[in-house]
Design a protein around this ligand. Structure first.
Ligand code: NAD
Length: 347
């Protein structure tokens, strides 16, 4: 698909590209919707096989951010950036400085943050070039690493899903399969274990899986086996498209509630889960804790207020589950409807 065809397909008006020969930077900033405020969303720094894959990732992720902000009551639009990780040697600081200049030139229309492959240190480097960055060090007015807040929100959404689907007020004794124990997955395991859940984990990085085993008594299974673990909840916390035509028939859980963005490979996969009687906590609603955290930086950070807001993800997920049940519709469609209602009101 060409650039404009892709923009039309994902309903876009604005897409920015930057190539910087000196540093090897190849970056895309996607701004999906600004009706609720300036676009806010993380910067992803991973290897992409093709430019097309990078662009599609940015387009899909930024659109997700629009819905995420809307459903969470955050006064920001949807944006996202991707930097294609260079194949060979590169100067990381120079690369992120060049990216910071790119963000600055967008003039506050896009505010960046941490995402897969980027770190607090990278945000600090970006900060040397622009003030339109969140997730910087606490000493510099930032809120630090958003992952613990994302994990807290996922835990709350997971509890709401368990309450709705299983009628249980507690997750004690439940078995939860966590795919990916990186930044968010690790903190999620910590939350869940502290509440008495039994954990099964898989990660392509054996050191991360072993850390979860050591610290949270998690059982480690091979990568592909995580889908068919007999469990109460499957929590996808790695990369996107974990829920697809091949994996959904393998699931042996009652609830899917995890942190990953774009969990459904295709919207139809949300219908597949519904037909199988699996309650799916829509990704952009359940994983909004990190966004709530960084959004608070923009207007002056208050930890108590942010924590309360993230805890409120319970109510957001419960309302989606209730409305979906009432309307006999898949949860992902109901979440979209709620977000669209809020956007239409603002528009
Ligand atoms: P991360 O890169 O720190 O962690 C991802 C983990 O998944 C890594 O440990 C990686 O080794 C593992 N992994 C990759 N492919 C895998 C596979 N096929 N099977 C099993 N494990 C695999 O990223 P993160 O910050 O923890 O984010 C995880 C997901 O949550 C991403 O989709 C991200 O977009 C989403 N998310 C993150 C935040 C946040 O605050 N960091 C906020 C919202 C959404």
């Amino acid at each position: 698909m060409g650039v404009f065809d892709s923009m039309e397909h994902y309903d876009y008006g604005e897409l920015h590209f930057r190539r910087d020969a000196a540093t090897g930077l190849k970056a895309i900033i996607a701004i999906h919707d600004s009706r609720l405020g300036p676009a806010l969303g993380g910067c992803r720094f991973i290897h992409y096989d093709t430019e097309d894959a990078a662009m599609t990732d940015a387009l899909r992720l930024a659109r997700g951010m629009t819905y995420k902000a809307a459903i969470s009551g955050i006064a920001h639009g949807g944006g996202k950036s991707v930097i294609m990780r260079p194949a060979g040697e590169f100067d990381r600081a120079a690369l992120f400085r060049a990216f910071g200049t790119f963000v600055e030139e967008i003039g506050g229309h896009y505010i960046t943050a941490e995402d897969s492959g980027t770190s607090l240190e990278d945000m600090e480097v970006i900060r040397t070039q622009t003030k339109h960055v969140t997730g910087v060090k606490i000493a510099n007015g930032g809120s630090g690493d958003p992952s613990p807040f994302t994990a807290l929100g996922v835990r709350r959404g997971l509890e709401a899903s368990v309450k709705f689907a299983l009628g249980r007020d507690s997750i004690e004794g439940l078995t939860i399969a966590v795919q990916g124990v990186g930044h968010v997955g690790y903190h999620l395991c910590k939350e869940l274990r502290s509440l008495g859940a039994n954990l099964v984990v898989a990660d392509i990085d054996p050191l991360k899986a072993e850390r979860a085993q050591r610290e949270f008594e998690a059982e480690i299974v091979p990568l592909e086996a995580i889908y068919s673990v007999e469990c109460d909840v499957f929590a996808p916390c790695a990369l996107g498209s974990a829920l697809n035509d091949e994996t959904i028939p393998q699931l042996r859980c009652k609830v899917v509630a995890g942190a990953a963005n774009n969990q459904l490979a295709e919207p139809q996969n949300g219908d597949d889960l519904f037909q199988r009687g699996i309650l799916y906590a829509p990704d952009y609603a359940i994983n909004a804790g990190g966004l709530m955290n960084v959004a608070a930086e923009v207007k002056g950070y208050d930890l108590e207020e942010v924590t309360q807001r993230v805890m409120g993800i319970y109510d957001i997920i419960y309302e989606i589950a209730e409305r979906a049940d009432h309307a006999h519709q898949p949860s992902y469609r109901v979440a979209d409807t709620i977000a669209q209602e809020k956007l239409a009101k603002a528009g």
